[in-house]
Write a protein that binds this ligand. Structure first.
Ligand code: ATP
Ligand code: MG
Length: 317
């Protein structure tokens, strides 16, 4: 089976217990939960039985150990996760507003996550990789952009493929080097996985079909648009495939996009049809939101297959 590699931040997430709770006053917190978009992605892929490894950096602390042990237990290749003495593992503190929006206090760039590099272990991992996945959230400094560039170039030189989840806010575009980095990544991307409006950051057109056409004309093989509870839509040169989301009780939306992307890419690498890949990916996304904590809803292949066989879907999109 094809091996998937991703590089980027490992974090723990610590969240306010109550909706509407603010960090301007002391209050009850829950966590730490293992987190970081690349870690969520690799953990989900491994749980689906895909060979999957992560290039990352943590501190020599319990937050780092919590993440490494989870990834190891779920079958991921952790050989290229470097433990740095004297640096702390990255953190994200989260509050949930009454309107459903989330607010984050991050320590990523100045944590161990900012020390990520391509060392000997990462080179060995990349030498066995067939596919490299890029997370927009991970392109937060010139050093990590360089890690992504090496990952992409190495895997492409081996005849492998690249997927890209922009997961980016418009304000991030003004970070130094960001626009160039995104255009480089896009020029190498085979599978592009924007969520909703992210599609339009990279296209001139204002409607979905024309924006997708632009991306396909630039050499991208597949565009998969994530649409939250509604589900997702896949486009390639042969046309459009839409797949409705599954009806679940949303407890915590964090991580759904990463679980979805991991499942879609794993099934795409297995040569499955867009219908099948979208269905499993929607199943993983839906199960992800049913648990508090970004990696707590990650399900095994058997669990997802049983879920999609019986769960109710929403209205067609
Ligand atoms: P993230 O917050 O992780 O960045 P995203 O914006 O990248 O998420 P979403 O579109 O929110 O991605 O979610 C990804 C997928 O997860 C959806 O396409 C859908 O399949 C599933 N999903 C998300 N939210 C729900 C929900 N409330 N009910 C059912 N399925 C959901
Ligand atoms: Mg996203």
């Amino acid at each position: 089976m094809k091996k998937l590699v991703c590089a980027g931040e490992i974090l723990v997430e610590i969240m306010a217990e109550r909706i509407g709770q603010s960090f301007l006053a002391p209050g009850p917190l829950v966590g730490p939960f293992p987190s970081g978009a690349p870690a969520i992605f690799i953990d989900q892929a491994a749980r689906l039985g895909q060979p999957a490894g992560l290039i990352a950096a943590v501190g020599d602390d319990d937050f780092g150990r919590l993440n490494i042990e989870r990834l190891r237990a779920d079958g991921a290749d952790i050989s290229a996760i470097k433990v740095h003495r004297g640096a702390a593992t990255g953190t994200a503190f989260v509050t949930y507003e009454t309107d459903g929006s989330r607010h984050f206090v991050y320590n990523i760039k100045h944590s161990a996550a900012g020390l990520i590099e391509i060392g000997a272990e990462a080179r060995t991992l990349l030498a066995s990789a067939d596919h490299f996945h890029v997370m927009g959230t991970s392109l937060f400094s010139p050093e990590v952009i360089e890690v992504a560039r090496i990952g992409i170039e190495t895997v492409k030189a081996r005849g492998g493929t690249v997927s890209f989840d922009p997961n980016i806010r418009k304000e991030m575009l003004d970070l130094p080097g960001m626009r160039d980095a995104l255009h480089f990544v896009l020029s190498k991307t085979d599978v592009f996985l924007p969520s909703g409006p992210e599609l339009f950051i990279f296209a001139k057109a204002a409607d979905e079909e024309s924006a997708v056409r632009e991306m396909l004309d630039h050499g991208i093989s597949a565009v998969v648009i994530k649409k939250g509870a509604q589900g997702a839509v896949h486009y390639d040169k042969t046309g459009r495939t839409a797949s409705p989301g599954f009806v679940v009780d949303e407890i915590d939306p964090t991580g759904a996009g990463d679980c979805f992307a991991a499942a879609f890419v794993s099934f795409w690498l297995r040569g499955e049809t867009p219908e099948k890949a979208l269905r499993i990916a929607n199943g993983c996304g839906a199960l992800a939101v049913t648990k508090k904590g970004p990696m707590e809803g990650i399900a095994s292949l058997a669990t997802v297959e049983a879920f999609v066989a019986t769960a109710r879907t929403g209205t067609p999109i």
